[in-house]
Design a protein around this ligand. Structure first.
Ligand SMILES: NC(=O)c1ccc[n+]([C@@H]2O[C@H](COP(=O)([O-])OP(=O)(O)OC[C@H]3O[C@@H](n4cnc5c(N)ncnc54)[C@H](OP(=O)(O)O)[C@@H]3O)[C@@H](O)[C@H]2O)c1
Length: 340
């Protein structure tokens, strides 16, 4: 007999990622018995319409998770840390978007279609990787399987939606102020984001890298099961783009590789779409990828600095594959694999 349909909760339902999660639960027709939407006290009581029915957003409290089988959370690290024991204690599975548990040994860090088997090891918490790591995993997985990654360098150009609703509003307001010559004091970012590129995402670590950059390094190794000392470096920058992260990726492989082989593999990879005819100005941009599911790859070429090297350009909707889409795909996997 198959399992009873799951009772689902969306924690952080009023945020940028939470709204997208709600939309995608509907788009992907996730099967559930019941669904509820949770926020902080601030948005509690607000209404949202889901599948034609009006729901009242409730303030998240420990009791909110009574009888809930799967929680899709995007409410920040401290909120997840606060509620995780309450969810797990009640027998629920937390699929978490924050960085709170990603590197914990007992917590699978999973991109659906890349390392699904890791889900079986969960002990109540499953983590969704950081957005800049997520889009890259679908691309690197088949290339690593075939040619074995020897060294990896990633440079990210990240949209403001990755920093939440406040940051989206700030780009709009800051741009308006800059165009009309008015003073503007940034608050979501350390510097003006209008007409600027900021080489800092998250705080700085002792080694000079930012936490965001270190997340790419560590999470990539965990998801692809790469050896601990594999050389990976990342530089992450915030750009004045509303949505979709771009990445310039340089990969050195153990095995010989040609751009045509990479193109052919990626054309047949789940979740990836190749747009690569530079002579006709065909390459993916942030606007191409915003609001849709694929991770787009273009500018695939031989890297001139490495032996067996490939450089490519990778663009994806950070709110979808980088957060909400993968969260909902993980929820579907948990249901299909009966892991709740
Ligand atoms: N944006 C991205 O691309 C992205 C990608 C990957 C991961 N994430 C992660 O996802 C999380 C949310 O990001 P976001 O961009 O959606 O932020 P956001 O727009 O600021 O939304 C935050 C959500 O969390 C809720 N919340 C805050 N404190 C809470 C509490 N104590 N109890 C219950 N709910 C609480 C908020 O409710 P109120 O409306 O009541 O304030 C809101 O629904 C963060 O951990 C972020 O790191 C974001």
């Amino acid at each position: 007999m198959s399992k009873q349909k799951a009772n689902i909760a969306v924690l952080g339902a009023t945020g940028v990622v939470g709204r997208e999660i709600t939309k995608i639960i509907d788009e992907l027709n996730v099967e559930f018995n019941s669904i509820k939407f949770l926020s902080s006290a601030k948005s509690a009581g607000s209404k949202l319409v889901f599948q034609g029915k009006e729901y009242t957003v409730e303030e998240a409290k420990p009791e909110s998770f009574d009888g809930v089988n799967i929680v899709l959370a995007s409410a920040g690290g401290s909120t997840s840390q606060h509620f995780a024991p309450e969810i797990v204690k009640r027998g629920g599975v937390l699929i978490d978007n924050s960085s709170a548990f990603r590197m914990e040994k007992d917590v699978p860090l999973v991109i659906a279609g890349v390392n699904d088997e890791d889900l079986k090891k969960h002990k109540g918490i499953i983590s969704n990787p950081n957005c800049s790591t997520s889009q890259l995993m679908l691309v690197l997985k088949p290339l690593n399987e075939k040619f074995k990654i020897k060294r990896l360098i990633v440079s990210t150009y990240q949209a403001v939606s990755g920093a939440g609703l406040k940051a989206i509003t700030e780009l709009r307001e800051n741009t308006k102020a800059a165009l009309s010559g008015e003073e503007f004091t940034p608050s979501a970012f350390k510097k003006s984001i209008a007409f600027n590129v900021i080489p800092q995402i998250d705080v700085f670590c002792d080694n000079g890298y930012t936490k965001e950059e270190i997340k790419v390094v560590n999470e990539t190794k965990k998801i692809l099961h790469l050896r601990e000392d594999l050389p990976i470096s990342c530089t992450a920058a915030r750009v004045p783009v509303f949505n979709s992260h771009s990445e310039a990726v340089d990969i050195e492989f153990e095995e010989k590789v040609t751009p045509d082989e990479v193109r052919e593999i990626l054309k047949n990879t789940f979740g990836v779409k190749v747009i690569d005819n530079p002579e006709n100005f065909e390459y993916p941009t942030t606007l191409d990828s915003s609001g849709v599911d694929p991770v787009y790859v273009g500018r695939i070429r031989k890297n001139l600095a490495f032996d067996n090297g490939i450089s490519l350009w990778c663009v994806a909707d950070n709110l979808r594959i980088g957060a909400a889409l993968n969260t909902v795909r993980l929820c579907i996997k948990v249901i299909e694999m009966e892991l709740y």
